[in-house]
Design a protein around this ligand. Structure first.
Ligand SMILES: Nc1ncnc2c1ncn2[C@@H]1O[C@H](COP(=O)(O)OP(=O)(O)O)[C@@H](O)[C@H]1O
Ligand SMILES: Cc1ncc(COP(=O)(O)O)c(N)n1
Length: 274
């Protein structure tokens, strides 16, 4: 039997070790039963110990990937991840204005878990002025929220303030991810919705360094749920539960910031009939 499947698009960089970036997006979307297409913006030579090298792709092949997808597929939601530099952010912005790929999740990837820079400093202004205003949901972690707002974030009140500042840049919905608050005993994300409603999404903080790709996975899951037609609030709640399962039911791969167990949510979903 042929099935009409929801289709989503990842616009991101490749992580050769398979844990973060586009590879995390593909695994997540597949697990959420959504067909995943890709626009590759940059390639990294990367493992769980760090990023050894990275190279952005030429504009021509990025534009061509967008056109190929728009000419044939029926993308219902998309997300951005690593965009490398200002020029590449602009290329992506132009294509997102040209083609309708549905709701956009912007994960403003700046620095990898191991500390390597994945976005040049000059790109921050382009992201703030040109990409975030297109976003249905923007999902910075705490260091990224600090860069986007010029605030220092040490408390929940600071996260709320940062969320409001980022919403004022033009994003409809904002999540300030709390994964980097290492001293807290919960992993608490602040969610600010388009209608002004806000809430905290909290889970037990798992004491592990195997969190490579958590942010990519969260944003890819939101995109997948939106591609299915799920509402934004429900998509965000599902994505948080999905990520929590991937960390809780961990796997041992590599010697550093290891990747997630992308299939762990199968058990949770089966038990809870989600
Ligand atoms: N140690 C942890 N235990 C439980 N949840 C975590 C942990 N680290 C991160 N998370 C969750 O993973 C998601 C991604 O957060 P974060 O790690 O801050 O993003 P990024 O990968 O962009 O740095 C968030 O929902 C956050 O709460
Ligand atoms: C290509 C690519 N994209 C994104 C990330 C961020 O992932 P994380 O912050 O979990 O290391 C990464 N490490 N590599």
């Amino acid at each position: 039997m042929m099935t009409d499947f929801p289709q989503a698009l990842s616009i991101a960089g490749s992580d050769s070790s398979g844990g973060a970036g586009m590879q995390a997006d593909l695994k997540t979307m597949q697990e959420r039963h959504v067909y995943a297409a890709t626009v590759l913006v940059a390639i990294t030579a990367q493992n769980t110990l760090g990023v050894q090298d990275s190279v952005p792709l030429p504009a021509k092949i990025i534009n061509e990937q967008f056109t190929s997808i728009a000419d044939d597929l029926a993308i219902k939601a998309c997300k951005t991840g690593m965009l490398a530099d200002s020029e590449h952010v602009s290329i992506v912005v132009e294509n997102l204005k040209k083609y309708d790929f549905g709701p956009l999740i912007v994960d403003p990837v700046m620095v990898a878990k191991g500390g390597a820079t994945l976005l040049t400093e000059d790109a921050v202004i382009t992201i703030k002025e040109n990409l975030i205003p297109l976003a249905t949901v923007v999902t910075p972690n705490i260091p990224e929220a600090e860069v986007l707002t010029d605030l220092t974030i040490n408390s929940k009140e600071d996260m709320i303030m940062a969320g409001q500042k980022i919403k004022a840049l033009g994003a409809k919905n904002v999540i300030i991810k709390g994964g980097h608050q290492a001293s807290a005993d919960t992993a608490s994300d602040f969610v600010l919705l388009e209608n002004g409603h806000s809430f905290w999404l909290s889970s037990k903080r798992i004491d592990t360094i195997r969190t490579h790709g958590t942010g990519d996975t969260l944003s890819a899951c939101i995109a997948a749920e939106l591609a299915k037609g799920v509402d934004v609030e429900t998509a965000i709640i599902t994505a948080k539960k999905y990520v929590e399962a991937t960390i809780t039911d961990g796997i041992i791969v590599g010697h550093g910031h290891g990747p997630l167990n992308h299939w762990a949510y199968r058990k949770v979903a089966k038990n809870a009939k989600l």
